[in-house]
Design a protein around this ligand. Structure first.
Ligand code: NAD
Ligand code: MLT
Length: 312
């Protein structure tokens, strides 16, 4: 009998093509189910494929009596209750590599847009203002970029920032002084990075240890006029503390792709002209979406057919 797969977030059509074509699988796409509808629907499926929108809660997992595997087309698995999945014998696989380049490019786009006030100047021009004085920016060259979290995306951003002739200081629990030196980076503790940086970019997962890593105390030790980029996860920055830090002028600007609550239609940070934002677009390229869908489908199909896991 064919293995039944339910897809509840939009995934690249090219990426899921092999799954849709194979006679070994029946795949249903249902991207507008309410949580209550999903709890009823899930019972018949062997696999669930999601991106970041579907909240795979304990409640849902406990209703998923046939579920064997959850595939996450992307990196962060913070929308999946991993403990509940493990307790119920359900494997969780993600696609950690396919969107690294897109997320790093988006981070650089945000950094440059922030430094040169591009979104603000564009809006002003659209409103028939020709204001060259108001939008004087800052060069990146010779400035220090603090990178917190030097994993796949953090390392790609650091590499690109060196190309912009920035000095880069990084902190990651797994980074050593020797490795940093080999990569042409300065090595420091979180505190060192916070104190030294003109721009700070975060690339950690959202964990208990990283929740509100950038909080009131962290903003206080930063340089006056520091600028912040977050293309990792909402919740790593305490949004209330960031709001106060921008209002006081301590933080000169922030570029945010991710938020404590998503999706949202009203966030007071966006009332501040110094804050620029995108609606979680870091991985939203044709290439990245194809890559992560291909990777996660391959892992889920392999597991359902063979019982073996490529990417636990
Ligand atoms: P990764 O696992 O390769 O790297 C994360 C790094 O953070 C690791 O090197 C880890 O050692 C480090 N880290 C963990 N705890 C830390 C701490 N307390 N302080 C400093 N560093 C710490 O992950 P990645 O693929 O580089 O992804 C990074 C983040 O970007 C994740 O949160 C991911 O969900 C997010 N992401 C967002 C988008 C987007 O669309 N905006 C796209 C892709 C990934
Ligand atoms: C990820 O963790 O992969 C990103 O946030 C992108 C996404 O969810 O699509």
């Amino acid at each position: 009998m064919a293995h039944k797969v339910l897809i509840t977030d939009p995934l690249s059509e090219e990426g899921i093509h092999p799954l849709l074509q194979s006679e070994d699988f029946t795949a249903d796409i249902a991207t507008d189910l309410t949580p209550e509808e999903l709890k009823i629907r899930i019972t018949g499926y062997d696999a669930l494929l999601v991106r970041s929108q579907t909240q795979v809660t304990r409640d849902l997992i406990e209703k998923a009596v046939n579920l064997k595997i959850i595939g996450r087309a992307g990196v962060g698995v913070d929308n999946i209750d991993l403990e509940a999945a493990t307790e119920n014998g359900i494997i969780v696989v993600n696609a950690p590599n396919g969107n690294t380049n897109s997320a790093a490019e988006h981070t650089m786009a945000m950094l440059m847009a922030l430094a040169r006030n591009i979104p603000q100047a564009y809006l002003s021009l659209k409103n028939q203002q020709w204001d060259r004085k108001k939008y004087v920016g800052t060069e990146l060259k010779n400035k220090t970029l603090g990178v917190i979290g030097l994993g796949r995306i953090g390392a790609e951003v650091a590499y690109r920032a060196r190309g912009q002739r920035m000095n880069v200081m990084a902190y990651d629990p797994f980074l050593t002084e020797e490795k940093a030196e080999a990569m042409g980076l300065d090595y420091g503790s979180v505190q060192d990075v916070l104190k030294a940086a003109d721009f700070i970019t975060i690339h950690t997962p959202l964990l208990k240890e990283t929740r509100h890593l950038l909080n009131k105390e962290a903003f206080e030790i930063m340089k006056d006029g520091v600028q912040i980029v977050n293309c990792a996860r909402g919740g790593i920055i305490d949004e209330e503390a960031l709001y106060d830090a921008v209002l006081s002028g301590k933080v000169a600007g922030a570029a945010l792709d991710v938020f404590e609550e998503e999706p949202f239609y009203d966030n007071k940070l966006l009332d501040l002209p110094e804050v620029i934002a995108t609606p979680h677009l870091g991985a939203s390229t044709v290439e990245a979406q194809e890559n992560v869908a291909i990777d996660v489908c391959a892992d889920v199909m392999h597991f359902l057919v063979s019982g073996a896991v490529n990417n636990p």
